[in-house]
Design a protein around this ligand. Structure first.
Ligand SMILES: Cc1ncc(COP(=O)(O)O)c(C=O)c1O
Length: 386
């Protein structure tokens, strides 16, 4: 067998820091995990039933490559009602296998080898990988805690080169919980227009915001034609395992994503599309309940971490807190590893999320209030000991 069997692109990908960590955690007993980036809630019952009934009706076949038209119509109406931006359900929406597929379609459809994509970091671990797998170069632009991990348009501007093709943003943000202000997003639009760049906006946590309104990037004036809106049902509707996401954009870009999607997966799971359709019809009260519970946990964890001396900025979205652990004298890898070994609490070292994450850890509060209370006690013991 030749030495270099894997493509250089794939061989060069760093293993996900999250996976590495959870492989260790999986071998241990009695772990309290603040590590997982998915809702602890089960999918709301009407959505569950819609999926089951779809299967029982024998809907076990492929759908249109775009996804079922009923779901595209409902999604188009939903997005328009929330944000005032219209996507034609016939040609401007594609239903994907989770937000993850939407991200990879966007990368493959837009990026040529050597193209640069600017990514504010820390960010979802798949952003850099999606760009690299598409043959592009991920240009990380770190945000800072002193600035509440806000999107800094001037940092983006400084990172632009003649090879820059796109900007990939994700707010509410995983792992920091930061949300993006209208002003910052408008400044990004201006940069995108000046330099003829496409903006890929991953808004998968759009409904999980606390005391603020989500600002939808493509809905801002002039943005629709040079942006892609990525989203999904995994987080807001507690549907990670159903694998339903979407990409919306102008027809010339969606045409490209659809071509890749056709060859790659053909269509998203049929029963899951039916379940998602039910989510749009009757999911709202469940989202409200989940948001209220996340908010209760958010306050508990942020106050708890700050009280024990780990500076933690107040996240306004998603379900993560991002305390600065370097104040203990330990780096984030050592902090997370020792906390796991000595106190059996799992969280994720911040450097897994790219530049700017070093010295921080991600604590997910998508776990029960009681478990968070226990985890905080253990973290406090650990911090007091070191
Ligand atoms: C910011 C962000 N985008 C996309 C995804 C992918 O979600 P999905 O499960 O729908 O593929 C995640 C999952 O953690 C995420 O955090």
């Amino acid at each position: 067998m030749r030495d270099q069997v894997l493509s250089r692109r794939v061989a060069g990908l760093k293993p996900s820091g999250i996976r590495k960590f959870f492989d260790i955690a999986a071998t241990m007993k009695d772990i309290i995990s603040l590590g997982i980036g998915e809702p602890d809630f089960c999918t709301p019952d009407p959505i569950l039933q819609a999926g089951i009934q779809s299967l029982q009706r024998g809907e076990t076949h492929y759908t249109s490559n775009y996804g079922i038209i009923e779901l595209r119509r409902a999604l188009s109406a939903h997005i328009e009602k929330l944000y005032g931006v219209h996507y034609d359900p016939d040609t401007e929406i594609v239903i994907t296998v989770g937000g993850s597929e939407a991200l990879n379609l966007a990368a493959i459809a837009l990026v040529d080898p050597g193209d640069e994509v600017i990514i504010p970091t820390p960010c979802f671990v798949s952003y850099q990988a999606a760009i690299i797998m598409a043959g592009g170069i991920a240009v990380e632009v770190p945000s800072r805690m002193e600035n509440n991990f806000a999107l800094d348009p001037e940092d983006i501007r400084r990172a632009i080169t003649p090879r820059t093709k796109a900007i990939l943003i994700g707010y509410p943000n995983n792992p920091t919980g930061a949300v993006a202000s209208r002003e910052a997003l408008l400044a990004v639009s201006k940069i995108a227009e000046e330099h003829d760049l496409v903006v890929i906006s991953d808004e998968i946590y759009d409904r999980l915001v606390y005391g603020v309104k989500h600002v939808c990037y493509p809905a801002l004036p002039g943005n629709r034609e040079r942006s892609l809106l990525l989203g999904g049902f995994s987080k807001d509707y507690a549907m990670t395992g159903w694998r339903i996401g979407y990409a919306c954009g102008p027809v010339n870009i969606i045409k490209g994503l659809l071509r890749v999607h056709q060859y790659m997966v053909m269509s998203a799971p049929t029963m899951s599309q039916k379940a998602a359709l039910e989510g749009l019809a009757s999911g709202e009260p469940y989202i409200q309940q989940m948001v209220a519970e996340y908010d209760r946990r958010r306050k508990l964890i942020v106050n708890g971490l700050n009280a024990m001396g780990l500076p933690t900025f107040e996240p306004k979205g998603a379900f993560y807190a991002f305390p600065k652990v370097s104040v203990t004298g330990l780096d984030d890898d050592t902090f997370a590893n020792r906390l796991l070994q000595e106190e059996h609490v799992a969280l994720v070292p911040g450097n897994s999320f790219g530049l700017g994450g070093e010295g921080f850890v991600r604590c997910s509060y998508a776990t029960s209030y009681e478990k968070i209370e226990q985890a905080l006690e253990h973290i406090e013991h650990f911090v007091n000991r070191i």
